[in-house]
Each structure stands twice: as structure tokens, then as C-alpha cells.
Design a binder for this molecule. Structure first.
Ligand SMILES: [Zn+2]
Length: 343
């Protein structure tokens, strides 16, 4: 059992409320870095000095936050109305068990029971306005005594390994956080290495803006978990990325064109070291690379992701070999990075 992934995915850190994850990561890295601090937005930024062989400043980023729910108000029945935090699909919410607020109170997302549905209601998506989080409170006052508007909720699911795959919540992006922690625990790099564990990615790549602006890196790598749609589909389209086919390199997404020199270098490194790698099909979506590229006056960026099925649901699935290969590729490629600024 990969206990690092277990700890990280079972920790709770809905966007804007990442403290539990930040404290966990701080404890896991502090003996392996030269310094660390938390910036005013809540990003955890660590510095590991280089050997002096390279003048570069390299930043590797992974976001700490996960999508979730935020309580809006309690109704007279003692249940809570809620809104989504980050990109949520209403269809995955009904009937799910959640953990609410700092006390992690269990609750269930409920709506009208199937027995009382009529006609066309069966085929309609229930919108979140019609759902409630039920923590078993007997009245509005009772509910507000237990949890308050503004508190977050996230899915309650445990980490499991089923053979080659691991299943749990929040691999997006605790898989990236785990890789970044392992990089910090390794040997010194030739260059000054900065790690940013950032906040609020799911709300628009926000934390990475201040992290990158403060560090002013020459090169930045965004580690993330990218959605894999690699199951049979009607149009017989090839998958955007596949589980088990290695780390996914971005070339272009809706927010960023990745630095072509970095794309080439990572592809060459993969080939030279026999590490499987795949190009994520260019198109929609995006990662913190968008902020990292532009917040500090221009930085060469690359997104490298662990493919994951069923992102932003209670049960994301990754392949553990992909996870290991992503770490290996980033580690090896960075150690072999010979980079001329502005070349
Ligand atoms: Zn992500």
C-alpha cells in the first residue's frame, strides 16, 4: 500500500480551505528542504538549494486543493443547501456520502426518492438546487449548531489499491503532490529547486499566480492528474490519454502552449531511459502551467500529468505504474536539463 498516496488523498482540502493538506505536506517535507514558507494566499513554497552546477531556477508545482461543496444555508428541515467549489458534475452527487466542515461530520446528498418521481423526472438530471446535504439534524437550529454556511464538504472515500490501479478521491492533484514530495526527498538537483504546493487551482489557477510571481523561475513544471477518457465510446474516438500508457505530456490546452524545447527534452529523455510516455490529445482543459507561464514575466513551462479516470468524482482511478513513471520521468529529465535561457 502506498501510504503517501493514502495520506494525501484521504486528507481534506477543498479550494480555499487547504490547511489540513498544507500541514500534512509541511510535515512530510520539512526535513528535506533548506527552507519553506507559506505565502499570504496559503501556498506552501519550499526551496532546496542546488549543487551549484547550474545557474537555473526551476519550479515544480502541484496544487493542494480539490473540488468540493460549500454550505449556503440551512433550511427549516435541518438540511443544507450547497454550491459547488470547482468543476462539479451534478450527476455524480446524488446519494453520495460527504464529510462536512472541520469536524468532518458525515452527511448524505439527498433528493426526492425514486418512489415519488413522475413521468419525465426519471430521465432528467437532478440539479444541485434540488439536492440537500443531510447530516441528520432535526431542525434548522440543530443543523446550524453542527455546521455553518461557508464550511466546505467533500466526498468521503477511502484509498484502495486494486492490483495495478489505485482508487480514491482527490488524485487530482494529490498524485502530483506525492510526486513533488518524493522529488524533494531525493538528491539535490544541479539547480536551485523550488516546490510550490498551491491553492485554488480548481477555481482558475489562482494560487500559482502568486507563487510563480514570487519565485520568478526560469523553468516551471506543472504536475497534475489529467482526465482519461479511454473506455469504449460510440464514436470510436481514440482516447485523449490512456491509463497504463505512462505520463501524459501536454502540448497545447485551452490556456497554454507548452514550451516546445521542454516537450522535446522530456520526449527524448523518455526514449533514452525507456520510460513510457504519451502526448495528451491537444484541446480543452488546462493546468497551473497557464499561470506559471505568464505570472513572472515569461517562464518556460510544461504540464506533465498522471492520467486518471473519473476525475472530480468520489472515486478517481490511476495506474500505479503511471504514477511511478511520471515521477521517474520528471526526476530524470530535470537532472539532465541543460538549458540556455533565451536560446
Ligand atoms: Zn488538477
Amino acid at each position: 500500500m502506498n501510504t503517501l498516496l493514502q495520506q494525501l488523498t484521504e486528507a481534506v482540502g477543498v479550494s480555499g480551505d487547504e490547511k489540513e493538506v498544507r500541514l500534512l505536506i509541511r510535515d512530510l517535507i520539512q526535513e528535506h528542504v533548506d527552507s519553506w514558507h507559506v505565502d499570504p494566499m496559503g501556498n506552501l513554497i519550499a526551496h532546496k538549494k542546488g549543487t551549484g552546477a547550474s545557474p537555473l531556477k526551476v519550479l515544480v508545482d502541484a496544487h493542494m486543493d480539490e473540488i468540493g461543496l460549500i454550505l449556503i444555508e440551512a433550511d427549516s428541515y435541518g438540511t443544507f443547501r450547497f454550491e459547488g467549489v470547482g468543476g462539479l458534475d451534478d450527476r455524480v452527487l446524488l446519494g453520495k456520502v460527504v464529510q462536512v466542515g472541520p469536524k468532518k461530520l458525515p452527511g448524505v446528498i439527498g433528493a426526492r426518492p425514486v418512489h415519488l418521481l413522475k413521468g419525465g423526472q426519471y430521465t432528467k438530471v437532478v440539479e444541485r438546487d434540488s439536492m440537500r446535504i443531510d447530516i441528520g439534524a432535526s431542525s434548522k437550529d440543530n443543523a446550524l449548531g453542527k455546521a455553518k454556511p461557508g464550511e466546505r464538504a467533500t466526498f468521503l472515500s477511502t484509498y484502495e489499491e486494486w492490483g495495478d490501479v489505485a482508487v480514491g478521491k482527490a488524485f487530482d492533484d494529490r498524485a502530483g503532490c506525492a510526486i513533488l514530495i518524493e522529488l524533494l526527498r531525493g538528491e539535490r538537483f544541479p539547480f536551485d529547486f523550488y516546490a510550490s504546493f498551491t491553492v485554488q487551482e480548481e477555481l482558475g489557477l489562482r494560487g500559482a499566480i502568486t507563487a510563480s510571481a514570487a519565485i520568478q523561475p526560469d523553468v516551471a513544471i506543472a504536475l497534475d492528474c489529467t482526465p482519461a477518457y479511454d473506455l469504449p465510446n460510440k464514436n470510436d474516438e481514440s482516447p485523449n490519454v490512456r491509463l497504463g500508457a505512462g505520463p501524459a505530456l501536454y502540448v497545447m490546452d485551452s490556456g497554454t502552449i507548452q514550451d516546445p524545447r521542454l516537450v522535446r527534452h522530456f520526449l527524448k529523455t523518455a526514449e533514452a531511459h525507456d520510460i513510457p510516455v504519451q502526448i495528451r490529445r491537444p484541446g480543452a482543459g488546462g493546468t497551473n502551467a497557464g499561470s506559471l507561464q505568464r505570472a513572472a514575466g515569461g517562464t518556460a513551462v510544461l504540464s506533465v500529468s498522471v492520467p486518471g479516470r473519473y476525475l472530480h468524482s468520489p472515486h478517481t482511478m490511476i495506474n500505479l505504474q503511471d504514477f511511478a513513471h511520471t515521477r521517474q520521468l520528471v526526476d530524470t529529465a530535470l537532472r539532465e536539463l541543460v538549458w540556455k535561457i533565451n536560446a
